[in-house]
Design a protein around this ligand. Structure first.
Ligand code: SF4
Length: 120
């Protein structure tokens, strides 16, 4: 049995466009809001949202895209800025230690877990 966290992702097998947006046209703002809400609802049911968010936070901001761990890129940027201001992670580069990031993440940083089942 595989133990990699991605194998347990709630978004596995879903349309990636929900998390990353359309590739071939500019998305209207109301569609973006709807898409973010739906993706976040999936993330709230996901058993690996801490692993997902930590894996994204150690990537350079310029390489971060889409909703990951229930947070938008802007929300992740704010989280990193808060950690940097508190001296918890380096000033000018993303934290490279995924275990450190996992320890820094608190319940309040995560989209609240829910039993809501998107699509039901
Ligand atoms: S937290 Fe969200 S984006 Fe990350 S694996 Fe789970 S469902 Fe997918």
């Amino acid at each position: 049995m595989s133990t990699h966290w991605e194998d347990r992702a709630a978004c596995a097998g879903t349309m990636l466009e929900l998390w990353f947006g359309p590739e071939d046209y500019d998305e209207p703002k109301d569609q973006t809001r709807w898409r973010h809400r739906r993706a976040t609802e999936f993330c709230a049911t996901c058993p690996v949202r801490t692993d997902c968010l930590a894996a994204e936070l150690i990537r350079p901001l310029s390489e971060q895209h889409g909703i990951r761990g229930g947070l938008t890129p802007r929300a992740r940027e704010r989280l990193l800025a808060r950690w940097r201001a508190a001296g918890l992670v380096p000033e000018h580069c993303p934290p490279e230690d995924v275990d450190l990031v996992r320890r820094l993440l608190t319940e309040s940083d995560l989209v609240p877990a829910t039993r809501y089942c998107p699509g039901s």
